[in-house]
Design a binder for this molecule. Structure first.
Ligand SMILES: NC(=O)c1ccc[n+]([C@@H]2O[C@H](COP(=O)([O-])OP(=O)(O)OC[C@H]3O[C@@H](n4cnc5c(N)ncnc54)[C@H](OP(=O)(O)O)[C@@H]3O)[C@@H](O)[C@H]2O)c1
Length: 341
């Protein structure tokens, strides 16, 4: 019998604090047996994502949360050990919902095979996973970048942001990164090839600094931060700018239902900007199209993303904490077991 190790949420976290290991319990138990339509798989990489903060909060959300005593939710890249699902066999590498566990059941609709010829398997949680697909559809379908546009990206060195900057560059745009440390700025300029980058955490007058980087205004504002950083960009919107609301990192701890989101609507009026909220799941029917295009850019060497990898299933809560605190560069993963050869 295979033994499993899994993280259980002790209780949803209400209040303005980051989750820690004390919010979860690491259990050792026998692995489950797959039923009809399921596979049993061993986790290789777990994906750490900002949406997880919403799932462990009691606040209203677009998806159901994790209840007290339940397995922590999350996607993984895994190897099939046993299959009772047609088309899947032991040894297949797959991705989908597995939760924070070493060995567990996976099923439709999230389960899909990983094509190892396209890219390293961890990419299926990054550039070829939800972050890459988010960048692709949110930028191209909502941001509508045109050659010569200035595109400003917050959380620019993260999993989504790093792809946004590079795709905007491929679209012929001038790209500006806002990121939270000197090391992240160097990464944005040297590896992601943003045209300009600014450490917003150390800028004394952020609004003026953004104005100097975007003297002709920002045509596409791709925002994952919200809050005061969002406010600092609004005075610099170009006429008919597109503002893509991809995430609100500054408001996930706690999920602030009642915070005013935009203080000065005059900036939107004067620029006649469009503000659009994005949810990746609305584009699920086009994920294959997005993945094919992203894979082509990876093959051509024009799309890359660093990974920050924590080791071992024990590290999952700390890795989520680090992501939510902004410690990661690129895609935050947890490596649970070795990749097969
Ligand atoms: N709408 C959708 O369908 C969808 C899908 C996927 C992801 N998203 C959103 O996209 C954004 C990026 O996700 P990701 O997976 O690529 O994560 P990520 O960017 O790799 O990591 C999160 C980053 O957010 C930044 N950040 C900004 N303000 C922060 C604050 N107040 N506190 C802590 N960190 C802050 C940090 O970078 P800096 O230090 O550089 O600021 C941190 O590294 C998130 O807002 C996420 O919710 C949305």
């Amino acid at each position: 019998m295979t033994t499993n190790r899994r993280w259980i949420l002790r209780a949803p976290i209400d209040g303005a604090r980051l989750p820690t290991a004390a919010d979860f319990e690491l259990q050792t138990c026998p692995a489950e047996t797959p039923g009809e339509g399921e596979v049993l798989a061993r986790a290789i990489y777990l994906s750490m994502d900002p949406y997880m903060r919403g799932r462990i909060s009691p606040a209203r959300n677009y998806s159901a949360g994790v209840a007290a005593g339940q397995l922590m939710t999350g996607r993984a890249v895994a190897e099939v050990l046993e299959s009772r699902l047609a088309g899947y066999a032991p040894g297949d590498i797959v991705t989908g919902e597995l939760g924070w566990q070493a060995v567990g059941l996976m099923r439709a609709p999230t389960l899909r095979k990983v094509d190892r010829r396209l890219a390293p398997i961890s990419s299926f949680l990054g550039l070829l996973g939800l972050p890459g697909l988010t960048a692709y559809f949110a930028l191209l379908d909502l941001g509508l970048p045109r050659p010569g546009d200035t595109v400003l990206v917050t959380a620019a060195s993260g999993a989504v942001g790093s792809a946004v900057g590079q795709i905007a560059r491929l679209a012929g745009c001038r790209t500006i990164a806002l990121a939270g440390s000197a090391a992240k700025i160097a990464y944005c300029l040297d590896e992601l090839r943003y045209d300009a980058a600014l450490d917003y955490r150390s800028a004394s007058d952020l609004t003026s600094a953004i104005g100097r980087l975007a003297p002709l205004g920002v045509n596409v504002f791709f925002d994952s931060a919200g809050g005061s950083v969002h406010q600092a960009v609004l005075p610099h919107l170009a006429v008919h700018a597109r503002v893509v609301i991809c995430g609100v990192m500054s408001q996930y701890n706690p999920i602030a239902q009642s915070q005013p989101s935009v203080y000065n609507l005059r900036h939107l009026l004067v620029s006649r900007a469009e503000v659009k909220g994005f949810l990746a799941h609305d584009f699920e029917h086009r994920f294959d199209e997005g993945r094919a295009r992203l894979a082509q850019w990876i093959r051509e060497g024009s799309l890359r993303c660093r990974e920050t990898v924590a080791e071992g299933i024990e590290a999952a809560p700390a890795a989520l904490h680090a992501l939510l605190a902004g410690d990661n560069v690129g895609k935050q993963l947890v490596k649970v077991s070795q990749e097969p050869r």
